[in-house]
Design a protein around this ligand. Structure first.
Ligand code: SF4
Ligand code: SF4
Length: 665
């Protein structure tokens, strides 16, 4: 019998009880993707369902699964136990796994009415807005001045991080929904802004930050001085960069500068040194990006600012002055230098990567106001510019940030435009997260190291632009997913059913249920680990679980019996079946199995019921869970005997090989 086909995304319920609390990973995600749900589905090997969950909020799941800055991982409560869940890599696993199954890549085809929205720019913000508008039945037409769609994802992020065929597949899904993308059309040149506005019911400006900032220092006109954006565009398009030498200096310490440096290493095969104002702990680039660059041989000189580019017609080096501090007391960028402490770094090429800005010249003075710095005047709440019907989103209004933040901005703009055009939509309320794990609960959770993503060896990967990270793969992907703590998806109880017997208070290993002086119960969502023990023990059936309710499990039993006369209650983490011939009902832990559910399987027609259980000394994540499972099976056998059935029809099988607990090879 194949892997359990009954666990669907619908078995996962939002929040614990009525408090509406959500997992911190989801709250930290700018587009609030339900990470917990897709992580559980990946753990269960249900990749296409996982991808469907991701697609609920994310129009570019494959691309974002490779390049996301993953703020969700910074918020992940597993980090209090050992290390955060590798959420971003699991997202990639979902899309890779679904693709291998040949599922999850057929786009919906919404019916469009007669309203049309022009979107200027096909980067993450514009594409996210186009996707969401299409789902509202509004026809989006995306205008892109480059020959291919994708914005900075295509022109600024290199193949070794985001292969172009992956981006193409994400874009093909969006165009498959009926979104039209007109490439090679420059608004302001090929089509005037007023003309565009007149032909559409609304316009969204999502042009990003397409221009590199330069430096006001002597020598900047020398041959061999390049700007980051045109350099990355050329490399991405496979064009030669004849000015590139063999001793390359990259000015800047952000993520774009890292990409410039890593690309320059690949293209030139020469020495690459980054020079940045910040001390190493202050660098704006993500630490994992810095690590990758250093592993590929990029050198980094910190706490130095550019004083002059040395050379008489051709770059010969960079004169630097020591940077004493980068930020003022309020944390604002206000670098100070020691003007007398100068040094020179020799080099034949300087690439300036100190930030980007927008080019709003395409507006041609036709409507939306710009402020004194040339930045769009913008209502952040309504995503509106000063010209009616013209909206804006992404970095052009939010400033530089992660691709997923640009998508969040595009999604909000889509809602704003939908409202403007009379669609019955509204901005969602911001979700609230459960609090941190109490220290004693964190201390009770079995530790398990985070799975790292295999990568190509450094000396091999700097010779080409092939993808560096190879993905977790099935075993490590599912094992990593099984580390998730199911935050905010635990016990919820019914006040009307509760008889104040306080059984839950007695049995909960984590002291989550608390009773007040009147016997009124509260289950603390910060403490609850969704182990299910109270759910199986409560005599009044007053407790259910958010992650997989009693009704869900009964439905799974019915489905399992459609193809078999036997049922296996197993754990969806170890990826090990104990009764291959039985219909599978996979649970986060068989501690969640109540006597009622075991007997229900027999009532529903099972001739034999198998229950998988961990050994005493290898007890998975839920402390005492295995004891609970054994006790329920013993009880079940007695019950079968009492009603004249063979107690041996209820089989307890030890899971011997728990792949999820094996260390990564
Ligand atoms: S443990 Fe799981 S649910 Fe909790 S924050 Fe981390 S990924 Fe999200
Ligand atoms: S027994 Fe388990 S499911 Fe019930 S409150 Fe305690 S941790 Fe949560």
């Amino acid at each position: 019998m194949a892997q359990d086909q009954t666990i669907t995304r619908h078995f996962f319920r939002p929040g614990t009880g009525d408090d509406g609390l959500r997992p911190p990973c989801e709250v930290a995600c700018p587009i609030h993707t339900d990470a917990q749900r897709y992580i559980q589905l990946v753990a269960a090997g249900r990749y296409a369902d996982a991808l469907e969950v991701i697609r609920d909020t994310n129009a570019l799941p494959q691309s974002i699964g490779r390049i996301c800055a993953h703020p969700c991982e910074d918020a992940c409560r597993r980090g209090q136990v050992d290390e955060p869940i590798a959420i971003c890599n699991i997202k990639r696993e979902a899309s890779d796994g679904a693709k291998a199954e040949g599922r999850g890549y057929d786009p919906p085809r919404p019916q469009f009415g007669d309203r049309k929205v022009a979107i200027i720019g096909s980067g993450p913000s514009g594409l996210a807005a186009a996707h969401d508008l299409a789902l509202m039945g509004i026809r989006p037409v995306v205008y892109e001045r480059q020959p291919e769609a994708g914005g900075f994802l295509r022109t600024g992020i290199l193949n070794y991080r985001l292969p172009k065929d992956i981006l193409d597949e994400d874009i093909a899904y969006i165009t498959g929904m009926g979104v039209e993308i007109r490439t090679g059309v420059a608004i302001g040149e090929d089509v005037g802004f007023d003309e565009l506005a007149a032909e559409h019911d609304a316009v969204l400006i999502a042009v990003g930050l397409s221009e590199s900032r330069s430096l006001p220092v002597a020598g900047v006109d020398n041959r061999g001085v390049l700007l980051a954006v045109p350099f990355l565009e050329a490399v991405n398009a496979g064009r030669e960069v004849p000015e590139l030498g063999k001793e390359i200096i990259v000015i800047g310490g952000g993520n774009v500068a890292i990409d410039v440096a890593r690309s320059a290493r690949r293209v030139s095969g020469g020495d690459v040194t980054m020079v940045c104002l910040e001390a190493d702990h202050e660098m704006p680039a993500h630490d994992w990006e810095v690590r990758d660059a250093v592993a590929e041989g990029v050198k980094i000189v910190c706490s130095q600012g550019p004083n002059a580019i040395v050379g008489d017609g051709q770059v010969e080096g960079l004169e630097m002055k020591r940077c004493e501090s980068v930020f003022d007391e309020q944390g604002r960028f206000a670098p100070t230098f020691c003007e007398t402490e100068l040094s020179t770094l020799p080099g034949d090429t300087v690439i300036i990567s100190i930030g980007q800005m927008s080019d709003m010249s395409f507006l041609g003075g036709s409507g939306p106001e710009l402020d004194g710095r040339g930045i769009l005047v913008f209502d952040r709440e309504q995503c509106a510019t000063t010209r009616r019907g013209v909206f804006a989103s992404g970095e052009v209004v939010t400033g530089p940030g992660a691709a997923v933040s640009a998508m969040a901005s595009g999604k909000r703009a889509a809602i704003a435009i939908g409202k403007f055009l009379g669609v019955d939509v509204d901005f969602p309320a911001e979700p609230r997260a459960v609090n941190e794990l109490p220290g004693y609960v964190a201390g009770m959770i079995n530790k398990g190291a985070r799975r790292s993503v295999p990568a190509r060896p450094e000396d091999e990967r700097v010779r080409d632009f092939g993808e560096v990270e190879l993905g977790l793969g099935e075993v490590d992907g599912r094992c990593e997913a099984s580390r998730c703590l199911l935050c905010a998806a635990g016990a919820r109880y019914s006040e009307t059913r509760c008889i104040s017997c306080l059984t839950c208070v007695r049995v909960c290993p984590y002291a989550a249920p608390e009773a007040d002086g009147n016997g009124l119960l509260k289950i603390d969502p910060d403490k609850c680990q969704a182990c299910g023990i109270c759910f199986t023990q409560c005599p009044a059936k007053a407790i259910d679980l958010a992650v997989l309710s009693e009704d869900d499990i009964r439905a799974a039993v019915d489905a399992a019996l459609e193809g078999s006369g036997e049922v296996e209650f197993g754990c969806w983490y170890p990826q090990t079946r104990v009764a291959a011939e039985a219909g599978a009902v996979m649970l986060p832990c068989t501690a969640r199995l109540s006597l009622g559910l075991v007997l229900y399987a027999f009532e529903a027609g099972a001739g034999r019921v198998h229950v998988a259980v961990c050994s005493e000394d290898d007890n998975g994540r839920f402390v005492t869970g295995h004891r609970q499972t054994r006790a329920v099976v013993e009880e079940g056998r007695r019950a079968l005997q009492e009603i004249g059935l063979d107690p041996e029809a209820l089989v307890l099988t030890l899971v011997k090989e728990k792949k999820c607990l094996k260390p990564q090879q």
